[in-house]
Design a binder for this molecule. Structure first.
Ligand SMILES: Cc1ncc(COP(=O)(O)O)c(C=O)c1O
Length: 461
């Protein structure tokens, strides 16, 4: 008999573990028959999940059922085949298995001595993806929790390596980037938001003019953020054009591919110039079929991540292997010295298992399917005589119903979600509120798309 007050008998753990597996499989198998989004009031949820702090023990099966049936049901199911809102998260079953195992084995990827196997997984997946995406061959990377943190980390490296000065964003740059820049000390007066063109792209000439104006006023241009796949419309900035302005003017080019980066995997996707990025972000928990959370950041300049983030506290010296400690092994990286996290979940386990199991060709085909689904959705909007506001681009299409005003579009999006068949977003394009579909779930069928347009038409009456 163990004295450990938290001990769980291995056979009991096995039985409960099977319950969790069975419940998850049932959830995934029946997901398409349930609504993509369930939202409940706090009072309802807290009545079931809250109460006074639990001093006495309670039944674990009852707790698991409350988790599954109440807490985890009341959310947006980003992996639902008719969840087209915001950015879906169509995680693959194989990735779930990798994550489960890593969690079960309390996997850590921090110092080399603390997790050489997990660090190797991370270095390997970052290398596989870097090469498959065509990033700079010497680029070094790190896995982080999401696009917001990864982009902000990229900007911290940019400032450490290239110095402070003016930061150029576009009016379509994800809002988390401006927030990240400001809270990490970029002065608001040094952050310029440039207007995009009619295709929601940042034109190189607009950047060049803004840079020239700042130089003439005695300011120092430092960094520009380009986007591959804007969240609103899937627009892809002209990377070669922006890179040539950046090179000429000595700017750091950070590319946010958090959403759209995977579109560079299919051979014919038309995403060019990722090799020109000084730093690049991609979120596997968006379009690389991973459970939350995982983002990738690569920095082209070798050693830059380490120069920006390395620290060497006395108590870690035994476990560290990278530069800055007594033991230096070229390939053995202390990943906590490439970012701001010290204790880090081994996020690579799920990603490694996914890429190794399906292979890059199948993953690229799944991404290409998302691109095609948006093209089908565009055709369905046209068939109904609705206005295509921005054509399908990297899995996103926006459209408007003639005669419906801003409030009407917003209400229609809400009504569809409440109806429970499908969920989409409303957003603003060029000052107008429109409807937006993001179709990156490879499990979405043509019937799902047709049914969604039929449901919208039915709700319009
Ligand atoms: C283009 C882009 N960048 C950054 C982000 C922020 O990513 P995260 O939500 O993982 O922090 C998003 C989120 O949708 C995005 O679409």
């Amino acid at each position: 008999m163990s004295d450990d007050p938290l001990a769980l008998d291995p056979e009991e753990l096995r039985r409960l573990g099977h319950w969790v597996v069975d419940r998850t499989v049932e959830h995934l198998a029946t997901l398409r028959d349930r609504p993509p989004v369930t939202e409940r009031a706090y009072a309802d949820l807290a009545a079931l999940l809250g109460g006074p702090p639990p001093a006495a023990p309670a039944d674990v099966e009852e707790g698991l059922a409350l988790l599954a049936d109440v807490a985890l049901e009341a959310q947006q199911h980003g992996d639902h085949p008719r969840y087209f809102a915001r950015v879906p998260g169509p995680s693959s079953p194989v990735a779930v298995l990798g994550e489960w195992l890593a969690v079960g084995m309390q996997a850590i990827a921090s110092s080399w001595g603390g997790g050489s196997g997990t660090a190797t997984l991370e270095l390997v997946v970052l290398g596989w993806l870097r090469d498959a995406l065509g990033l700079a061959p010497a680029a070094e990377g790190i896995l982080l929790s999401g696009g917001s943190i990864a982009n902000t980390t990229g900007l911290l490296v940019a400032r450490a390596e290239a110095g402070s000065g003016v930061l150029y964003l576009s009016d379509q740059t994800h809002s988390s980037i401006r927030r990240g820049a400001l809270v990490t000390g970029w002065p608001a007066a040094d952050v310029r938001v440039l207007a995009t063109d009619a295709s929601q792209r940042l034109a190189p000439a607009v950047l060049a003019a803004a840079v020239a104006e700042d130089v003439a006023a005695g300011r120092r241009p430092a960094c520009v953020v380009a986007t591959v796949g804007t969240t609103n419309t899937g627009a892809v900035d002209d990377l070669p054009g922006l890179a040539s302005v950046a090179r000429e003017r000595g700017l750091w080019l950070h590319v946010d591919g958090a959403y759209g980066g995977p579109a560079a995997l299919p051979p014919d996707a038309g995403v060019a110039g990722l090799d020109l990025a000084d730093s690049f972000v991609l979120d596997p928990h968006k379009w690389l079929f991973q459970p939350y959370d995982v983002a990738c950041l690569w920095v082209a300049r070798p050693g830059a991540l380490h120069r920006t983030f390395a620290m060497h506290p006395e108590y870690l010296t035994d476990a560290q292997r990278g530069p800055g400690v007594g033991v230096v092994a070229a390939d053995e990286v202390d990943l906590h010295n490439r970012g701001l996290e010290l204790t880090r979940h081994a996020r690579a386990a799920k990603l490694w298992l996914t890429l190794r199991t399906y292979g890059l060709d199948a993953v690229a085909a799944a991404v290409a399917r998302g691109v095609r689904l948006a093209e089908m959705a565009e055709a369905l909007a046209r068939e109904r005589g609705w206005e295509v506001v921005t054509p399908a681009s990297l899995g996103i299409v926006t459209f408007a119903v003639p005669g419906l005003d801003d409030a009407g579009h917003r209400e229609l999006a809400a009504a569809l979600t409440a109806d429970g068949y499908a969920a989409l977003s409303s957003t603003v394009v060029e000052g107008r509120r429109v409807l937006r579909l993001c179709t990156i779930n490879p499990g979405t069928t043509t019937d799902d798309l047709e049914g969604t347009f039929a449901a919208l038409a039915r709700l319009l009456g």
